[in-house]
Design a protein around this ligand. Structure first.
Ligand code: ADP
Ligand code: ZN
Length: 440
């Protein structure tokens, strides 16, 4: 007899599989994966040979702990296609992460990978309230960024009607919300709040819209942001997680219980490690999420260090899904900031500043949220010579710095020049970043 579940589930067999059966499936897939990468990706062959790992020696799931990690640096070193496991003939899609240094992280998908991605996105969309009847306003950006096309394919597979409006153009978003009757919106959480504000400003009662669900991700957010979004739009706000290296959005997604994101561990095998030691943490403890792509063909990754900090929540979920649940992402184990969806490392800004002679590389990055949009202010010291110069010289230097940073990371920033020796210097690690967005 089929069991009843409180909410619709896209793939009952996979999403509610009993744990022992899933473990058997995971082990089978892990073994296949390890031989697959050993035979096809020189990077892994070399790593395995160096550490004396033989694919045939993987006998249990716990043997995964003996495999080497993969990092973003490894992907960069093998830029652009060096980590691909298939010839480009078999790649049907290429995306790149919003990572910014002019050398983004490049990922390739075979047709099978696109199908997997659509499958996990369909699971995510349905667990977030989408049905065949839904009209999905997809306001994630279409392009190299995985958000737009990921949500698009998932919603189509599910059978909903997708409006591929992409990001931005808020006036048009509002018109479409009003006239097309969208009941689901997909975008970043900060954009949803910006949209709420613009809807209010336009004198439209949000309750008059058909909108019921929002599937929000690609950047960190908090429970208090959720409460605000749910009050202002008013909708149910669902958290979706993913990263390009693993597949894009749809690695994990909340169900309507809204108590953690189910990670689709028939495809993405999670581990939580202590980022300092690389060892597994105790069950339920906070640590860095590491993912092995059990089924990916284009660019399969073993033990990929996401740098995202989270924990696996204990206990069963009342929705009936047996995929483990990840807590909200609490932060990063590196110093990466996400500014308007773009990944920014302080070191990139520093790299720009050292090349500009008018300023000293003493700086502080201040991040604020103004009307729900991120604003990055770069406070940097000028050198003594410029300091004694006229205002004109200072203004020109400000523009020069802003332009150079824009060239490097692709976003506009506010530059504030300050007197020499005024940026706080601390013992040991300098406080480079002040994040006023209160995301933790
Ligand atoms: P994109 O190009 O899709 O922005 P990236 O792969 O560059 O994707 O960025 C992925 C990163 O975005 C994740 O590692 C994580 O830090 C962040 N992220 C994605 N979804 C969420 C979420 N729901 N909550 C917090 N952080 C998220
Ligand atoms: Zn659930």
């Amino acid at each position: 007899m089929a069991k009843d579940f409180p909410y619709p589930i896209w793939n009952i067999e996979m999403e509610t599989m009993d744990l022992e059966t899933r473990k058997t499936l995971q082990l089978y897939r892990l073994k296949e994966l390890v031989s697959y990468v050993y035979d096809r990706v020189p990077f892994y062959k070399k790593k395995f040979d160096e550490t004396g790992i033989k694919p045939a020696e993987i006998k249990s799931l716990s043997d995964i702990a003996g495999l080497p990690f993969t990092t973003k640096g490894d992907l960069r070193d093998n830029y652009p296609y060096g980590m691909f496991a298939v010839p480009l003939d078999d790649i049907v899609r290429i995306h790149a992460s919003s990572g910014t240094t002019g050398k983004p992280t490049v990922v390739g998908y075979t047709q099978e990978d696109i199908d997997t991605w659509s499958e996990v996105m369909a699971r995510s969309m349905m667990s977030g309230g989408t049905t065949r009847k839904s009209i999905v306003q997809n306001a994630y950006g279409y392009g190299l960024f995985t958000g737009g096309l990921g949500a698009h394919y998932g919603a189509e597979l599910l059978g909903a009607s997708v409006i591929p409006i992409s990001g931005g153009n808020t006036a048009r978003q509002i018109l479409v919300l009003q006239d097309f009757g969208s009941d689901v919106i997909t975008c970043t959480p900060s954009y949803s709040l910006y949209l709420a504000e613009e809807i209010e400003k336009a004198g439209i009662d949000p309750k008059s819209l058909k909108l019921r669900y929002g599937i929000f991700g690609a950047e960190p957010w908090t429970e208090s942001m959720r409460m605000e979004i749910e009050k202002r739009l008013p909708i149910k706000a669902i958290n979706i997680y993913g990263l390009s290296e693993i597949i894009g959005p749809g690695v994990a997604n909340e169900c309507q219980e809204q108590k953690g994101m189910h990670i689709y561990d028939d495809h993405f095998y999670p581990e939580i490690i202590n980022p300092e030691t690389g060892e597994h943490v105790q069950d339920g403890e906070l640590g860095e999420l590491v993912i092995t792509t059990l089924t990916k063909k284009g660019i399969p990754l073993i033990r990929y260090r996401t740098r995202d900090l989270t924990r696996i929540l204990p206990g069963d979920c009342p929705c009936g899904r047996t995929h483990p649940r990840l807590d909200r992402i609490m932060g990063r184990s590196d110093d990466m900031l996400i500014i308007r969806g773009v990944n920014v490392f302080p070191s990139q800004i520093e790299e720009v500043l050292v090349q500009i002679e008018e300023v000293a590389p003493h700086y502080q990055l201040i991040v604020d949220r103004d009307h729900n949009l991120d604003v990055l202010t770069v406070m940097v010291e000028v050198n003594d010579k410029l300091f004694s110069d006229e205002i004109k010289g200072l203004e020109a230097a400000e523009k020069k710095v802003a332009h150079a940073i824009h060239q490097m990371i692709g976003i506009s920033v506010v530059v504030k020049l300050v007197e020499p020796r005024t940026v706080a210097r601390s013992e040991g690690k300098a406080k480079r970043v002040i994040d006023n967005r209160k995301l933790n």
